[in-house]
Design a protein around this ligand. Structure first.
Ligand SMILES: NC(=O)c1ccc[n+]([C@@H]2O[C@H](COP(=O)([O-])OP(=O)(O)OC[C@H]3O[C@@H](n4cnc5c(N)ncnc54)[C@H](O)[C@@H]3O)[C@@H](O)[C@H]2O)c1
Length: 350
């Protein structure tokens, strides 16, 4: 079934608000989730809402934190997320980072006591749409071992970086250090489909195509073997060890650990594009040259077009803003059931 972005946002915001999230924050969180759906990253869209709402209901996510930044240097800030919604915390952190980077050229914000923030690109886009480069890091609950190990410790913590290109195609790279985000395995499990070989191992360390075996005691495989595993450790150092958030396997799994908040950490960096060149226009011209070099590369056999990272998602977003976002009725029906319990308006046709 198709919903417009506005319909999906209003529905999601209504659900958050009915769980005690202040109206402005409810809209912010909803817009991050719907942006993922718009961009085709539907593993991180509103389909995930039952999990977030359940954690609010159980008192494990604070619906109304009062977020205050603590400046510990001209460019460095800290934020205690008070177990609020990761969407709200990361959106606020990027917005604050933009203000500081405008003055200082660079801003870095260490966030502790946060929760799952969904698609990292939601915050990268906030920065590049305002004309800034950004690095958005988070750690995540255990999903993979260190290289050579068998016990899941580190997260599918996305490495997410972006650069603006005014008037042209920006660079938006948002990738888990595993072959796929765990959301893609959960999606396969929900839809009763097998996963391709090479994504995950089962609890005995054997390759599996069964998503349930991967999720129940199994581990995810990193990109590039030890390199992806090493990247996941780095994200845990930046977001956990450095910021004061949980780390080394301590981040709670939002679907398994119902005895405590998650303790997620983020490290968010915003860079003003003229920091080295002294000119935003010059940065823009150099980005444009880089993008043209990428797009005009001689194509490999069978390739019809070369894309910048993030370009396919941007095209999907442009199309879905016109046609609407396709959702599975079963996923929306689950949300509609929760909405009816809380007197939240449900989109027509559900
Ligand atoms: N919050 C969390 O804890 C958490 C954890 C894991 C993943 N995630 C999210 O899951 C989402 C999916 O992650 P993923 O690793 O499965 O992403 P993915 O594999 O779908 O994409 C990774 C990157 O590759 C780029 N890409 C893909 N095909 C391309 C092509 N042909 N040419 C150029 N670039 C191309 C994409 O634009 C994207 O930037 C991300 O948004 C991530 O933030 C969140």
């Amino acid at each position: 079934m198709l919903l417009s972005a506005e319909q999906a946002e209003a529905f999601a915001a209504g659900l958050f608000a009915a769980h005690g999230v202040p109206a402005g924050d409810a809209r912010l969180a909803a817009s991050c989730l719907v942006r993922a759906d718009l961009r085709g990253v539907d593993t991180h869209g509103i389909v995930r809402m039952p999990g977030y709402l359940e954690r609010i209901s159980r008192g494990l996510v604070n619906p109304a934190p009062s977020l205050e930044f603590d400046a510990i240097g001209p460019s460095m800030l800290r934020l205690d997320g008070q177990n609020g919604l990761g969407f709200v915390i990361a959106s606020r952190a990027i917005a604050e980072g933009i203000l500081v980077a405008e003055q200082q050229g660079l801003a870095m914000i260490g966030v502790r006591n946060s929760t799952h923030f969904g698609m990292a690109a939601a915050y990268l886009l906030q920065a590049i749409e305002a004309g800034y480069l950004a690095l958005v890091f988070t750690n995540a609950s255990p999903a993979l071992p260190p290289w050579g190990g068998t016990e899941e410790v580190f997260g599918t913590s996305p490495f997410a970086v972006a650069a603006p290109n005014p008037g042209g195609i920006p660079f938006v790279l948002d990738m888990a250090p595993t072959i796929v985000a765990r959301g893609k395995i959960r999606k396969a499990a929900r839809e009763g489909k097998a996963i391709p070989p090479g994504w995950a191992l089962d609890a005995d360390g054997a390759p599996t195509t069964d998503p349930d075996a991967a999720l129940q005691g199994g581990t995810l495989l990193p990109i590039g073997g030890p390199k992806g595993a090493g990247l996941s450790i780095w994200l845990d150092i930046m977001c956990g060890v450095l910021t004061g958030a949980n780390f080394a396997g301590g981040v709670g799994d939002q679907y398994k650990n119902f005895d405590r908040p998650q303790g997620v950490g983020h490290l968010i960096t915003v860079i003003r594009p003229d920091i080295c060149l002294g000119s935003r226009d010059l940065f823009g011209a150099r980005m444009q040259e880089l993008v043209e070099t990428v797009k005009n590369n001689r194509k490999a056999d069978g390739v019809s077009e070369i894309f910048m990272p993030g370009e396919i998602e941007a095209r999907t977003e442009a199309a879905r803003r016109k046609t609407g976002i396709p959702y599975r009725v079963a996923d929306l029906a689950l949300l509609a059931g929760i909405a009816r319990l809380h007197d939240v308006a449900v989109p027509d046709g559900l």
